[in-house]
Ligand binder design. Sequence first.
Ligand code: CA
Length: 492
Amino acid sequence: MNKIKNICICLTGLALYFSANTSMASEVITKADAKRPNILVILTDDMGYGDVGFNGAKDIFTPNLDQLAAAGTRFDSAYNAHPFCGPSRAGIMTGRYPHKFGSQFNLPTSNRSGGIGIPVNETFISEELQDAGYFTGAIGKWHLGEEAQYHPNNRGFDQFYGFLNGGHDYFPENFKAAYERQRKRGMNHTIFHYLRPLERNGVEVDETEYVTDGLSREAQGFIRQASKNKQQPFFLYLAYNAPHSPMQATKDDLEVFKHIKNEKRRIYAAMVYAVDRGVKKIVDTLKETEQLDNTLIVFFSDNGGRADYGASNFPLKGVKGSVQEGGFRTPMFFHWPQGVEAGKEYIHPISTLDLYPTFASLANAKIANTKKLDGKNLYPFLANNKSARPGEMIYALRHRKGLSQASARRDNFKAINVGKVWKLYDIEKDPGEENDLSEKYPIILREMVAEMEIWSWSNTQPLWFHIQKEGFEWREKSMPRFHETFALPKLN
Ligand code: CA
């Protein structure tokens, strides 16, 4: 279908070309395309807010990411739609809170996810960009469904290289041997998915490099392929699984971090560094193919880091899975020499749900009137450094163990309930969530909690649970029990 679409676009182009004065037609095409950037999303997995140089890391070196951040616009308060992997990615792809279409849990851990995935009636940004004429690629971790109808090639990506589930081992010499041993024992249906071969467009491949390096290599290959037709912009979604567990780093990268005494932190740092090395190669390839100037690079992590695996979300409180800032606020920047100012910091709150409408606008994609979106087109707000959503809320809602954690950010305030009590912080002045202002500003807290409760009324029941136990708890404890989640003490 994609090939047919591409052929149609080419034929239309040819018809235009021959129907007008040759030089004029090509000039028109060039000018129109110059306005549409290539879009390169570089996503990391479970990276801490404080684990890149441009957010203050001293012991982890990320010189290449830092250089891009300094030459672009850094986002101080960028939030994911959820504090863990699957729902966060569902938000990025659909531009909607995953709670609105039943995808608020990770897909089940089973090797085969039972034929489920992000509902196909939710249009992905990749489909919008492909329809708008972009050459599209996904590389790395998918985690949005494994059956044919949920496969990246059927969700707007011309090219896919990587793995469909939620993670992968890093060293081929180890995971290939383990996979072969288990396969020979006839364990085909129970082999842990982190050990399975990677694939290219549905066909198993023999990856021979440390997986982070393999994904960087594939990104370079995609960019070179894209450069053969500069009339067609590209969209590349590069989703590294680093620095997600299993914690495995190369000897060379570990050598760089000899100064870190804590072993977990040292391995984690080396895994982040491998991403940074890859980013340098990718930027070099963009330069070589003369595409860097018109490529919007967006870098961020899908959720916060895990301290137990060596990550640091400093100065934020909380870790992956929490609706405290450290759970879902991510390091982030935009780099685009022709379209984004260098050396800027954007302090207003944004959401990774904003990427969908932002990309669609830059690509002149025509979003269907029926498409629901929870984000904002950020682009017009970057240049004047104004908030894209004054007075509007950004939500985080995580269901767990019989209760729900909930938080809402509005301008400089954040309301949060991680137990049974709502608290309020001036998150601009107090990013560490230390000084509760709920007694000082009870009306502001009430407004925010009430607004979030109304938002929750249109959430749908989960279509799946990550593990069976979650499903039992959900049913036995009559989840989500929003009357408790949004309850506040009476005003005096
Ligand atoms: Ca993650």
